[in-house]
Write a protein that binds this ligand. Structure first.
Ligand SMILES: C[S@@+](CC[C@H](N)C(=O)[O-])C[C@H]1O[C@@H](n2cnc3c(N)ncnc32)[C@H](O)[C@@H]1O
Length: 212
């Protein structure tokens, strides 16, 4: 996984940039909206937290969400298995005075700090059920809020599966029922799902309110 993302992270990150070649613009058709929409959900929910809250971003990539959350005033930890992703994330904050720590680590093995919110966008896609359960058990212990995206099976997701398979990794899909069952199996019952405007993915969270 580490080598895959060291190689692929810059390609993935292009989604957030404006200058693209034809192939990159074609790939945008399948994922750009969903990636922006799920990030928006995180920012809208995070807006409900106390300003002195701590947020942990699992699989933070180049830090696009972590940096924005830190700019919102939160203490933020961004963890990612790819050294290259963490290097790029750090290079984006330079000397900015925000409360943000990036760390190169495997979030399946990492012990998370005390926090009010754990976020994982585009992470669960690449983890096996056993790995996801290790993460969810920590969340249960920390008793914090969470927001995770999961991919589910549909035509678009099979195209993504093929793309990732051809470039060297696997995607694991879950139906919304399977996702609820994963949470339930570690004792987390109050999971809600958002799927509108998210095409081939679902956002699972435990906020009571709507993300307005
Ligand atoms: C699709 S990218 C999403 C990046 C970021 N969350 C975003 O939405 O822009 C998936 C990220 O998960 C990271 N990742 C995958 N498995 C991981 C693991 N076991 N531990 C930490 N990071 C992991 C990859 O290195 C990659 O940066």
């Amino acid at each position: 996984m580490k080598h895959y993302w060291d190689r692929e992270i810059e390609k993935f990150d292009k989604i957030y940039e404006n200058e693209k070649n034809i192939l990159e613009r074609f790939i945008d058709i399948f994922r750009k909206d969903v990636i922006f929409e799920r990030a928006e959900i995180v920012f809208r929910f995070a807006g409900k937290l106390d300003s002195n809250s701590t947020v942990v971003d699992l699989g933070c990539g180049t830090g696009r969400q972590a940096i924005k959350l830190a700019r919102m005033g939160f203490k933020v930890y961004g963890f990612d298995i790819s050294e290259r992703a963490i290097e790029l994330a750090r290079s984006q904050i330079k000397d900015e005075k925000i409360n943000l720590d990036f760390e190169n680590c495997d979030v399946v093995k990492k012990e998370y700090p005390e926090c009010e919110l754990i976020v994982g966008l585009g992470l669960m896609d690449y983890l096996t059920t056993d790995e996801i359960l290790l993460i969810l058990r920590q969340i249960k212990q920390l008793n914090c809020r969470f927001i995770f995206s999961f991919p589910y099976r549909c035509i678009k997701s099979y195209i993504r599966f093929l793309y990732r398979y051809l470039t060297g990794t696997k995607i694991y899909f879950h139906s919304p029922e399977e996702i609820s069952e994963l949470f339930r199996s570690v004792g987390i019952d109050n999971v809600k799902m958002i799927s509108e405007n998210l095409s081939a993915s679902v956002v699972a969270h435990n906020f009571d309110e709507k993300p307005v």
